[in-house]
Write a protein that binds this ligand. Structure first.
Ligand code: MG
Length: 155
């Protein structure tokens, strides 16, 4: 078995759609990024890359590469789940936390779970929190996410 850990944060800006866990969440701002800015999916992706010992998400999907401009982060995650499979591992479980002062994400957690399960991961739990008004998340400047995963060798 392998474990992995991932973290990501993106800045909230006007004029972008807010995509988290592969789901569009209605909000006045969205996450700035070369891809769709989906910090939750990036944290999960980085946890799997870490468990595989293959560096980080920026190595696999450089933000200088036009192919990944406005890319669907769920599709990038799917390609990493497939990479894990070619290395002999399945993604048995992901546990993650997304931290946003606003909007309230709890109503979207089930839809995020459904979207993430489309990538081939075997199971996922998502927790949505605020940062109690503290720090950059608390000031509404951005959204952060943490993830851990367990990979199981299936040969
Ligand atoms: Mg990111």
């Amino acid at each position: 078995m392998r474990i992995g850990f991932g973290y990501d944060s993106h800045r909230l800006v006007e004029g972008r759609r807010l995509i988290l866990g592969g789901v569009e969440v209605p909000f006045k701002q969205g996450l700035l990024g070369h891809s769709d800015g989906d910090a939750l999916t990036h944290a999960i992706t980085d946890s799997i890359i870490g468990a595989l010992g293959l560096k980080d998400i920026g190595t696999h999907f450089p933000d200088t590469d036009e192919r990944y401009k406005d890319a669907s982060s769920v599709m990038l995650l799917k390609s990493i789940v497939e990479l894990a499979r070619t290395k002999g591992f399945e993604v048995s479980w992901v546990d993650c936390t997304v931290i946003a002062e606003a909007p309230k994400l709890a109503p979207y957690v089930d839809a995020m779970k459904d979207a993430l399960l489309q990538t081939g991961i075997q199971g996922v739990n998502i927790k949505a929190k605020t940062n109690e008004g503290m720090g950059f998340v608390g000031r509404g400047e951005g959204i952060a996410a943490y993830a851990v995963c367990l990979l199981r060798e299936v040969g």
